[in-house]
Design a protein around this ligand. Structure first.
Ligand SMILES: *[C@@H]1O[C@H](CO)[C@@H](O)[C@H](O)[C@H]1NC(C)=O
Ligand SMILES: *[C@@H]1O[C@H](CO)[C@@H](O)[C@H](O)[C@H]1NC(C)=O
Length: 150
């Protein structure tokens, strides 16, 4: 194999290795009702230099197919009705830590927040490679009863 071929092979390999990977704090996250919850989300494998956006949704266990949008660093008015007020009042927000890392904050977490949380990062490259979202469970613990009644 000539050096040229080798360099081309490495270049191709580089492209295929540079896949988007979204990582979210692993769960289940067991939290007490009323507490301040944070969930981190990181992304790697995108083209350098582009600030990433983070969009958070959740899915209730009872309706696992229905996405409930919560908050986005890219769009205001992203939240569905059930979350809009808490996002507008800054009870729920996304704190950007770096270009590719962010924290979802939920102050005063409530029973209805129990479910599967998803962090989605919109594509910033020309093509789609890798994964764009990751999920983690948030479950509640009652201070009085020590079971998941949240
Ligand atoms: C995610 O990003 C934060 C902030 O940059 C960092 O502290 C944390 O270790 C990262 N987690 C992983 C799994 O890379
Ligand atoms: C979340 O919890 C459900 C129900 O226990 C489980 O089936 C699912 O695998 C969990 N998902 C994650 C990402 O942990």
């Amino acid at each position: 194999m000539g050096i040229r071929t080798l360099l081309i092979a490495y270049a191709l390999l580089g492209v295929s290795v540079a896949q988007r990977v979204v990582t979210v704090q692993s769960g289940p996250l067991v939290r007490t009702e009323g507490s301040h919850v944070t969930i981190w989300c990181n992304v790697t494998g995108y083209k350098d230099g582009v600030e990433q956006d983070f969009e958070w949704s959740m899915y209730l266990t009872s309706v696992p197919d229905r996405e409930i949008r919560i908050v986005s660093t890219a769009q205001s008015n992203y939240a569905y009705a059930v979350y809009a007020q808490r996002v507008n009042s800054k009870e729920i927000w996304v704190e950007r830590l770096t270009r590719d890392s962010a924290l979802l904050h939920i102050t005063n977490v409530q029973a209805r927040d129990q479910g599967l949380f998803e962090c989605y990062t919109p594509n910033t490259d020309g093509q789609y490679l890798g994964s764009y979202s990751a999920r983690t469970n948030l479950t509640g613990e009652s201070m009085l009863h020590h079971k998941a009644v949240f």
